[in-house]
Design a protein around this ligand. Sequence first.
Ligand SMILES: [Zn+2]
Ligand SMILES: [Zn+2]
Length: 230
Amino acid sequence: MDKDLLKTRAAPETEKRQFEDEALESLWELFEKEGPSAENVSLEELKNSSLGNISALEGMHRDGLIEISPGGRVKFTEAGRLRARDITRRHRLAERLFADILALNEYEEDACRFEHAISPEVEEAICTFLGHPPTCPHNRPIPRGKCCKLYTKKVTPLVASLADSQVGEDYKVVFLRTPMIDRLASIGLVAGSMIRLVQKRPSYVIKVDETTIAVEEEVAKGVFVKKHES
Ligand SMILES: [Zn+2]
Ligand SMILES: [Zn+2]
């Protein structure tokens, strides 16, 4: 869709929020490059960065998201830091989702739109689905969420390939990433179906309803499942 059209449609409040989010994210990135001790840059340095847009800085200042010292040093307020951290986390999770699961090469613009659109529940679900990734595809750290703390105690990703699953357990198929997709579908193994992993060696044996099928490890690696909670 035409970008300008989107702009005119967005409510002014939403638009302002997104504009501010982008600026907060840029500031977060800048501080990240300089290291946490440098969460304090001069206005001069900011003017030479992608944050050169002074109206963004003024807006953030007015809204209590950044502090500007009399000497012209800029740093986050607690509220600003939390929001910047949050938006950066959502952006980078979106990047992981688009790059790893959807195998897209071009996704930056969509990641930018996506980060504004998802609720905290969806954000947590994506993080859990991806196994709480520590970094984005550009190797920048993804700020940890509440779900990630729980994860370090439980240490089981929500979705894993059959190769990483346990014999004798029932699973629900979440998605398939294998050229064998047609053959698997012909016996009813599709996203959403319930299966049991019967054995792993010498080959993988999977039971779907009353049908049992043996597949190579390569295929098993492409079948992603979630444990069935009965
Ligand atoms: Zn990234
Ligand atoms: Zn997480």
